[in-house]
Design a binder for this molecule. Structure first.
Ligand SMILES: NC(=O)c1ccc[n+]([C@@H]2O[C@H](COP(=O)([O-])OP(=O)(O)OC[C@H]3O[C@@H](n4cnc5c(N)ncnc54)[C@H](O)[C@@H]3O)[C@@H](O)[C@H]2O)c1
Length: 249
């Protein structure tokens, strides 16, 4: 058990990659708080977590600054500490740059960048106490400048920049801050496959390992590693868990 009795907060933990990480962490003994706007999916994943370890669903919209304080205080009231913070949820609209409106930019920054910033600040005293780990989320869309992803890519690269600064500032407290840049068959990607099957096939063909990642086995297991003692000498890094799609140099 690599995460025995460690307490994790995972935003967007009700479904997709967030759920995959929650299950993988629970199987390593972690107590997992999932934060999500979806009541139905949140309740279902909470039930799954309680069958493995201990889980708690907090229904909250992370773009609401006041909810950030509630998420942290409810977690500490329930489990007494925070070891792992995973900033996973992120919503955005795919649209050409010239058509991107302020509200599109706001959606991406309010669900991706600001909650990552705010939750890191709010969790700091607890992470300092436990010498904890932060896992933030990047994207190949940001790293490669994918078309129609202006608002999303901008927020994702802002998250990467912020993560490097915080990794430098918190190194002295033995708090690790890393990023995962994933590719996985989440419900969000499944929806895209339904609407654009040819583009989906083309994308999979371009992946060197010729398959989509699995939310729990591929992404969840790497999140366990980044939250465990095994990665205690890694910080400020973007870990590509994307079948080799983007090879950093
Ligand atoms: N799936 C991929 O291939 C892929 C590729 C690159 C990057 N990513 C990144 O990985 C992360 C997870 O991706 P995914 O595909 O599992 O996403 P997803 O869209 O399938 O799931 C996101 C979850 O976040 C929740 N959520 C959305 N807005 C919220 C809000 N305001 N407050 C609380 N919860 C909210 C949703 O209800 C959902 O459960 C994201 O940061 C995404 O940008 C994913």
């Amino acid at each position: 058990m690599k995460l025995e009795q460690k307490v994790a907060i995972i935003t967007g933990g009700a479904s997709g990659i967030g759920r995959g990480m929650a299950l993988a962490m629970a199987k390593e003994g972690a107590y997992v708080v999932i934060v999500d706007i979806s009541e139905e999916k949140g309740a279902a994943t909470e039930k799954e977590l309680n069958e493995i370890s201990r889980g708690k669903f907090i229904k909250a919209d992370i773009s609401d600054r006041d909810e950030i304080k509630r998420i942290v205080s409810e977690t500490v009231q329930t489990f007494g500490k925070i070891n792992i913070l995973v900033n996973n949820a992120h919503a955005s609209k795919q649209i050409l740059f010239t058509e991107t409106k302020p509200e599109d930019l706001a959606l991406s920054f309010n669900t991706g960048f600001y909650p990552t910033f705010n939750l890191m600040q709010e969790c700091f005293p607890y992470l300092k106490e436990t010498k904890g780990s932060v896992i933030n989320f990047a994207s190949g869309a940001g790293l490669t400048g994918m078309v129609t992803q202006a608002s999303y890519a901008a927020a994702k690269e802002a998250i990467r920049g912020l993560s490097r600064v915080v990794a430098n500032e918190w190194g002295q407290y033995q708090i690790n801050v890393n990023l995962i840049s994933p590719i996985a068959l989440s419900p969000g990607v499944e929806q895209w496959r339904e609407h654009f099957p040819a583009a989906y096939e083309e994308t999979v063909n371009k992946i060197p390992l010729k398959r989509m990642g699995d939310c729990e086995q591929d992404i969840g297991r790497v999140a366990v590693f980044l939250a465990s003692e095994d990665s205690s000498f890694i910080t400020g890094q973007t870990i590509m868990v994307d079948g080799g799609s983007v090879m950093l140099r």
